[in-house]
Design a protein around this ligand. Sequence first.
Ligand code: ADP
Ligand code: F6P
Length: 329
Amino acid sequence: MGTPKVKTIGVLTSGGDAPAMNAATRAVVRIGLERGLRVKGIKKGYNGLLNEEIVDLSPRDTADSISHGGTILFTARCDEFKTPEGQKQGAEICKKHGIDGLVVIGGDGSFQGAKRLSENGINTIAVPGTIDLDIPCTEYTIGFDTAVNTAMEAIDKIRDTSTSHERCSIVEVMGRNAGYIALWCGMATGAEDILIPESYDGNMPKVEQQIIEHLLRNRALGKTHHMIVNAEGVGHSYSMAKRIESATGIETRATILGHMQRGGSPTAKDRVYASIMGAYAVDLLCEGKTNRIVRYKNGEFSDVDIMEGLAVEKKIDDYQLQIAHLLGK
Ligand code: ADP
Ligand code: F6P
């Protein structure tokens, strides 16, 4: 590796936190220092950048972080950074602190900000950190694996009590616009029904009618439980439970798992992939690259232009969805 094209790099986490963001931050710090760079942590995402919450980082600052959820750099949302003035100011603050390269760990919103910083003269690399798995160009995002495992364990537990009482259960998992968590949890727990925003046309009475028919069919066949995994983007879990119960006479309960899915100790996969992505981002900066997303595709880590990476349409795999439905029939 030749002389790095940057001298001082910054790292920030932005948008919704995700388990193993710390592993990525740790890798940026340690590999950055290993490559002879100075590394600065920017706290609270773009908010902290605009407020100049910037600190020097040493390897010790990331000690004991790889096994913890959340983000040691904190995270935030920042509307001011959506404006050209905010973005220009952010780039100026980077320059003032000598930051000539930046790693942004976050979701697609954060990537838009990364693109703007790149346009304003700061070499910026985006690392996908979101439990939603909704970044089009990559088959892996930091935190998805942990979130799915957390939700799966919760659903298994709910299933135990639901089966004992011969109830129907609706478990709502995160995913405002994306159904990956629901699809994976649904398949992993053998759910009878999986509802995802990608295939929801807004016709709730039709969805409920299909579930009611499915539930009654299964009861007639002797099934004593019925698990519905519902994505946040479809929602309405409590009212759905009430209507299913009154239409079938079968006791139906809804549970919304909520933010527990974003916390907890990351899985080995998340720790390792996040570490590699963090390191990869530093090496792209050392090569003088900017405006790139680090991605995992076809079994390899690689990088792609930010807008090109976000432009691809991310679709739920029809085959996987179909299999999940058949398995829970
Ligand atoms: P995520 O990164 O998880 O998708 P958000 O969509 O909330 O989360 O975005 C996080 C932050 O990224 C926003 O609060 C804002 O500061 C920045 N951001 C989002 N969209 C843009 C945009 N179009 N231009 C510049 N910055 C943006
Ligand atoms: O982290 C992704 C996500 O969990 C989405 O599924 C959800 O809609 C959103 O974040 C909620 O974030 P917050 O509660 O922090 O606004």
